[in-house]
Design a protein around this ligand. Sequence first.
Ligand code: SF4
Ligand code: SF4
Length: 327
Amino acid sequence: MNRAMENLNALLTIPAFKSMIKDEELRCTSGSLEVMQINVGKRCNLACKHCHVEAGPSRTEVMGKEVMEAVLQVCREQQVPTIDITGGAPEMNPHFEWLVEEACSICSHVIVRTNLVILTERKYRHLPQFYAEHQVEVVCSLPYYRAKEMDRVRGDGTFDKAISVIQELNELGYGKKPELVLNMVYNPAGAYFPPAQSAMEREYKEKLREDYGIVFNQLFTITNNPTGRFAGFLMRSGNLQSYMEKLYGAFNSATLPGLMCRYQMSVGYDGTVYDCDFNQAAGLPVLSEKKIFDFVGKKYNKREICFGKHCYGCTAGQGSSCGGATE
Ligand code: SF4
Ligand code: SF4
């Protein structure tokens, strides 16, 4: 665990997360690996205020081809049905397109998480077409459906750029053709919980259609996890303890069976394996083998999940994961 997270865990006067899970089975991964999440690096064109992976233009950490090959090998061996590529801005990894093509040759469900704004830069203008040709599921983060709120989190002008890219994706058939899935992610701009996912999805769909003619498939609402830059914001603003108490108070045991860490593996740029992207941000690798190379050529076994107090971010209310609410 990194130093910031150690401090956070020691300071907080709420019970250890693991003590909330009475069923031993739910403290472990399920027997099958459903999603391989590949975090290809911390480089990003943006530096959002609440980024849990603390990505930005000055970050230099990117996944090399050797690590990618090992991840793909594990995906082949375990017949992983979903490969989920994320970052930073994953498009900025120099091997990104190669990775997408290889992933598409292994499974039929490949997800790319994009901040959209990167796709307006000249070097990446061809990627919407590339995504459509490979029938990649695009999951785009759009912090809000109005410019003012989004620009406050992501920077001036980011909303208009994102909207122009979504319109382009719609023109290519995204959100319209069944094979071109376009999903969006919403997370709150501060220390509060997201609204109910279904209500927020209706609101986004209505506003984006009326104002910009945009259509999309699903909206995922994600609770801000107290890791990375968001944890820093909570500490600086004096909101950490109250936010954590709110998460703890909203603990919902019905979300436990669907926790994303039970079905996935998350690999960092240097090949370190984590139970999820939040653990990656917290510097908490898996409790068993630590590197993806150790998983090559091996039978996939259940493993005990590495929990910390930030995990309350996944079990509050309707639950939260990279795929939205879990209950
Ligand atoms: S939140 Fe996403 S777009 Fe913003 S800095 Fe982090 S990785 Fe980049
Ligand atoms: S933060 Fe990760 S390990 Fe913790 S409950 Fe959420 S998905 Fe599981």
